[in-house]
Design a protein around this ligand. Sequence first.
Ligand code: GRF
Length: 208
Amino acid sequence: MYGKEARSKQEIVVLASGRGSNFQALIDAGQAGYFPGIIARLITDNPDAHAIRRAKDAGIPVSVLDFASFPDRAAYEAALVLEMEECDPELFVLAGYMRILPEAIVRTFPGRIINIHPALLPSFPGLRAPRQAFEYGVKVSGCTVHFVDEGTDTGPIVIQRCIPVEEDDDEESLAARILVEEHRILAEAVRLFLEGRIRMAGRWVGIR
Ligand code: GRF
């Protein structure tokens, strides 16, 4: 059991599928005392995720739910629900988690799951957002932290930051500058949430 019982600190649980640089930003912020809580666990669907190495280096427990080892999506999602219910942290953070969460999970944790997205939503939801923005020809892009709802990158917006697209940018250089800002606003959103400074009213998210 690793639920809310006998807990002295607020907990966050991170879901990540790959490189894990946003996860690392949260590890660093947590270790620096930037937010009032601890990262209690990493959950990943990818046994090869570099995020696992980052968790181990930081002494954070890892749950690997290898998507490929389940007979179908429903079986994977059932296992994920159980794992998330078992953890039951104050906040779940999707930090480069590359799957859509099923409605059952979103409904189980209303207002307790946030996601980082590398574009100014509602523009360019889904995969490869920096490429979408670059190919569209926008002059300003950025990143968004939002609550997760049943849609794809459609939930109420918590924080956004703008990144101008420079004349000599390509997809990679734009994505790299956005990523730097992602790391900042994700940690900031976690801090605001754990400090109880976020209020949601429908789509409107107020910060005090
Ligand atoms: C980030 O750009 C994140 O916004 C997107 O996927 C990327 C993951 O990068 N959802 P990392 O694994 O955090 O380095």
